[in-house]
Ligand binder design. Sequence first.
Ligand SMILES: [Zn+2]
Length: 236
Amino acid sequence: MVADWIQKLLILQDRDTRCDSIRRQLDDIPREIQKEEVAIGQLEFALAEKENGLKALEVRRLELEGDVAEAEEHIIKYKTQQMQVKKNEEFTALENEIKNLQSSISDLEDKELQVLEDIELYQSELEKLSQLTKEQKHTLEAHIQLLKDNFTSFQSELKAAGEAVEACAKEVDESVLQQYKYVKGQVKRPPVVVQLEDGRCQGCHLKVSGDIESTTRRGKELVRCDSCGRILYFDR
Ligand SMILES: [Zn+2]
């Protein structure tokens, strides 16, 4: 049995604690949503990187094709010139140019083959990554939606819990209510109202003075622990 006014204070504390717990969960949600949004951004970035890598390879392939075409044009030009030259050494010089160009065409074509292999590899990697990204994004987006739904339901829970606190706060004596609020602001962690057991405060577990113990036992007035400041009550 506890004194009637203590009983009311304990109910208030219980409802108030519930409010605080809902509030904490509400506070956490935007952070959690942001975390998931960052994760989505990272997935999209990785995919875009891969796409850009593939685009760069395509550009490289076109460049190599252009270089080959250009070298081939030069060969045609030199061959035409060969038909018009009169001196042997001029003919040989052109012949050397043509050989050089043919050898560089062969190098360019080797490079082109390598780029084509890389493109194929990139395409298959991109396909896998794109599928994986799609799945992971879907999971993250579903979680974000769940968090948003929770936010809405926590908001209405908080409203109801807040009304419950107000309803029982009306039952508590004004000076007791003020003390409760004051102590709540002072203590590092809940609860604010704690039981006195074997002369020890159940908030800080330290022994209280004999005076405090006997006043708490009487249950007539509000008493606070002389160590941690919590409000004490005695259950006989
Ligand atoms: Zn204490």
